[in-house]
Design a binder for this molecule. Structure first.
Ligand code: ADP
Length: 496
């Protein structure tokens, strides 16, 4: 079957990689289905893209923010029209089921409308000067060219979280999407161009991390980097960016706990656990990978969870009857297998799953059975390290205080959930859980675009996307306007 070839987008024109190298984007549910062929870019391609973005910055920064925002608003409208097609493209390139890829496009739509409103805010501050006849204010300024490196699990939503706030703030962008999911970035950026985005304001370079991502991080004309991916790569990226003091926003791993207390609505907690653990095949940074069960309900919850996990239909996400899609690639399958072996060696009890699925309709894809481990203790590696697959660990506890302590006993701090009817415990958990996001009676996944998104500890480096993203994509300028017509010296002339 012939497939489509895509080229890098640089300054509004399309170019192959200078090296001529390409790579194939395969459907993880069926490797005989080639989604497209993309440039395997290197540093020369990055240089060209950064130069185009730098050139475009000279004019884009002068476009009034409400006008920049109108392009985002139109992008949101066009995405609504294209939602179904883009969701199908995304399921083909990434695997998650259609309901979820529709949600992914919807998140980009929500972000477009939310950020478009920001075009008429971008508020600065005014404050009284300590001197007479002097006016003082602070205003937000764009940074310049911003580099973005994105992962494959939210192929349109995550690029939109980065591009839209950067653009409304007046920056221009070079984005390096994950090698498994470049098509969704092309779909997003094409929509922006159709909505009126001028050439060079967003540039796309496709390829692999060390070849195409690293030169972007190191480029002297790139003023900031926004990265979402693994903590391992995030650490490399941060160290490289530190060499020239580049601001960097890191959004990385999680080992998210759902706590279920004895008084919880068990049906609700079960629904939440299944969705949190196996939605997106467990490949979300907010996925539920630890379920902490209070002793009174642990046995019943475990039995019911395992029974339902066994019944989940795993298959091609384009099939409406399928509930869990494939893992994105062979490497992720290997990681799931590795952690199953580790868990077994540590003495955890495999309650269901634990193996790749490779027969019948699963023959040509990278599928893994929904996997539940019982008898897990908080110190086991399976309870501490991110798997990024459909693998969940059950940990039992006696008291609420123990649950909080176990939930916090990891290096990550992204999302947490508590199921209880006790309002006092709910508020105590909100206060005590070390995480950027806490849900009460809802699963660990389900962030909305207009709240802060991000985590503490090794999940991030303190920045937030969502409602607070503008803080990263702008820098402050303090402005003093003296209308006294004489020299007034701060700290000196008003000192008596
Ligand atoms: P994930 O497992 O979610 O894909 P990764 O951290 O492996 O997370 O990748 C996230 C993004 O980082 C991808 O776009 C990938 O190509 C890119 N990347 C990987 N290695 C590097 C690197 N050394 N420098 C810059 N970017 C990289």
């Amino acid at each position: 079957m012939s497939h489509k070839t895509y080229l890098n987008l640089i300054g509004g024109e399309h170019y192959p990689a200078r090296s001529g190298k390409t790579f194939l984007n395969l459907n993880p549910a069926d490797h005989s289905d080639v989604v497209g062929e993309f440039p395997a870019s290197g540093s020369q391609d990055v240089d060209a893209a950064v130069a185009a973005a730098k050139k475009a910055f000279a004019t884009w920064r002068l476009v009034p923010a409400p006008k920049r925002a109108e392009i985002l608003y139109r992008t949101g409208q066009l995405l609504q029209e294209r939602k179904e097609q883009y969701a199908r493209d995304m399921t083909r390139e990434m695997g998650k089921v259609l309901a979820e890829t529709r949600g992914d496009v919807q998140e980009a739509i929500d972000e477009a409308f939310y950020v478009a409103g920001e075009g008429r805010r971008l508020f600065g501050k005014t404050t009284p000067s300590e001197l007479q006849n002097k006016f003082a204010m602070s205003i937000r300024m764009p940074l310049g060219v911003v580099g973005m490196i994105t992962p494959w699990n939210f192929p349109m939503a995550i690029p939109s979280w980065k591009l839209f706030p950067a653009l409304v703030s007046g920056n221009t962008c070079v984005i390096k999407p994950a090698e498994d999911t470049p098509l969704s970035t092309f779909n997003l950026v094409q929509t922006m161009i159709d909505a009126g985005l001028p050439p060079g304001v967003v540039n796309i370079i496709t390829g692999f991390g060390p070849d195409a991502g690293a030169p972007l991080v190191e480029h002297r004309d790139v003023r900031a980097i926004s990265f979402t991916g693994s903590s391992e790569v995030g650490s490399i990226v941060a160290q490289r960016a530190a060499a020239n003091f580049k601001p960097i926003s890191l959004e990385m791993g999680g080992k998210n706990a759902q706590i279920v207390l004895d008084d919880a609505n068990l049906d609700l907690a079960l629904d939440g656990a299944l969705w949190g653990a196996f939605g997106t095949t467990g490949q979300r940074c907010t996925a539920t990978s630890r379920i902490l069960l209070q002793k009174g309900i642990a046995k019943e919850f475990t039995e019911r969870l395992v029974e339902r996990a066994k019944k989940l239909r795993v298959g091609n996400g384009l099939d409406a009857a399928v509930e869990v899609g494939p893992q994105v690639n062979e490497q992720q399958i290997e990681t799931s297998k590795k952690y199953v072996a580790i868990a077994l060696a540590e003495g955890a009890e495999l309650l269901t799953g634990g193996v790749p699925l490779s027969e019948g309709t699963h023959l040509n894809g990278t599928f893994f059975a929904p996997t539940v481990f019982g008898g897990v203790t908080p110190q086991m590696r399976i309870a501490c390290e991110e798997v990024f697959g459909p693998v969940v660990s059950l940990i039992e506890f006696d008291t609420f205080e123990q649950a909080i302590q176990i939930a916090n006993s990891i290096d990550y701090g992204l999302s947490t959930a508590l199921y209880t009817k006790d309002v006092n415990r709910a508020f105590a958990a909100i206060r005590d859980l070390e995480a950027g996001i806490t849900y009460i009676n809802a699963p660990t996944i389900g962030a909305e675009v207009h709240l802060p998104f991000g985590g503490v500890k090794q999940t991030g480096n303190g920045h937030r996307e969502g409602s607070e993203a503008i803080d990263f994509y702008t820098t402050w300028k303090a402005v003093y306007i003296d209308y006294s017509d004489k020299l007034q010296r701060a700290q000196i002339d008003n000192a008596e």
